[in-house]
Design a protein around this ligand. Structure first.
Ligand code: GAL
Length: 376
């Protein structure tokens, strides 16, 4: 009986096999091994579907762990973005391993060893693929700024259309934060490897928290917390973006502004910055100027909603110009975990711009999608 059933079945299968070669292979494996094979195939498909479902990000969830397309937490702190060739690249401090408070520390200079600057790529700003380290630590050279014993923070990358090079500026520090310098690296490709050129104090002045901004005419500026973090320096760079061209201004004098993030909307320049309280959060501030090196006017705190007075427990790092003409910008903040820096999180929120009045607000949102960028 069993034999007949099997024979009957195999007759039907032979007919089907001629149309579907895969069935032929399965049939050759024998009926019972085929059953096992199909079962394994289903399990494999379900697992794949589950993995895909796990890694596909549909919305921004500030403060949650954000996974990359491999399902691993995105590790790109104090970062900045670059749009190039239809893709976004996200560069940040690659913080791994133990957070250390040196025995000699007189303040909370928590740090992790320098491992390098990470790079992620994405087409939709939500799903990020790890591209590896764009700039790597130099483990064997204790003199290097990139030696694990040092500090590398706030990497920002811009593309120079004239030289066709990708240029990275970082805050290059010693473990006791006395170096206060800017480091520069270059690459032919957005993902690197970047070649580290060296560090210096721009125009002879201290440079700690920093960002880069390229204006529409291609001129690049470095904004940096200088003079013991009391005053912000805006340094105009040479055409190749590799060093300051000697023109700079001191702004926000004695106002202790840190973590500058600069963007341009309707021919005005805006800067979001934080106060100066180390890894601890404080109130954000928005300022505006008609020209970069001109006068900057403080507008006030743009954050609204729960914990707005502490920037939602975040600190500014970058503003993404998603569609600047339409007033679509995303403000990026780091939520530092000072005793476990590697587990620091990200808070990205849409900047809500009233297109009639120019009024800008950053309301707290626990979860949001890119539809939120559509302003009034
Ligand atoms: C913050 C700064 C961070 C890091 C930290 C060290 O004020 O924004 O990038 O330097 O201090 O305590």
């Amino acid at each position: 009986m069993l034999y007949l059933q099997r024979r009957d079945r195999s007759a039907k299968m032979t007919k089907a096999n001629s149309r579907f070669p895969l069935l032929q292979i399965l049939n050759n494996l024998g009926y019972y091994s085929m059953k096992r094979y199909i079962f394994l195939l289903i399990i494999l498909m379900l697992t794949t579907l589950q993995v895909v479902a796990q890694t596909k990000n549909e919305a921004f969830v500030p403060k949650a762990v954000w996974n990359d397309t491999d399902g691993k937490p995105i590790n790109a702190h104090g970062g900045g973005l670059l749009k190039y060739g239809g893709k976004y690249y996200w560069y940040g401090e690659y913080k791994v391993g133990e957070t250390i408070l040196p025995s000699w520390a007189t303040w909370e200079c928590y740090r992790t060893d320098v491992t390098g600057v990470s790079c992620y790529s994405s087409k939709d700003l939500l799903n990020w693929t790890f591209e590896g380290l764009a700039l790597s630590a130099e483990k064997d050279n204790p003199e290097s700024d990139l030696h694990p014993s040092k500090v590398i923070e706030r990497p920002k990358v811009v593309y120079n259309k004239k030289t066709k090079k990708f240029v990275m500026w970082v805050h290059a520090e010693s473990a006791d934060y006395s170096k206060a310098a800017a480091g520069v690296a270059v690459s032919d490709t957005p993902t690197g490897p970047f070649k580290y050129i060296g560090s210096f104090r721009p125009n002879g002045a201290m440079s700690r928290d920093q960002t880069l901004f390229v204006d529409d005419d291609g001129t690049c500026y470095q904004f940096s917390s200088s003079e013991d973090n009391q005053t912000l320096h805006i340094n105009r760079l040479t055409d190749d973006y590799l060093k300051p061209d000697g023109q700079y201004v001191r702004r926000f004098i004695g106002q202790s502004r840190e973590a500058p993030a600069v963007f341009k909307y309707k021919n005005k320049y805006y800067m979001i910055s934080s106060g100066c309280t180390g890894w601890d959060p404080n109130r954000a501030e928005l300022a505006v100027a008609d020209s970069i090196m001109g006068e900057w006017k403080v507008i006030g705190d743009p954050c609204t909603g729960i914990d707005a007075d502490k920037t939602f427990y975040g600190q500014s790092t970058y503003v993404i110009p998603v569609n600047p003409k339409k007033g679509q910008f995303i403000a990026c903040f780091d939520m530092w975990k000072k005793k476990d820096l590697a587990d620091s999180r990200y808070i990205w929120l849409p900047i809500k711009i009233d297109r009639d009045t120019g009024d800008m607000k950053i309301p707290w949102m626990p979860k949001w999608t890119l539809k939120e960028l559509k302003n009034k």
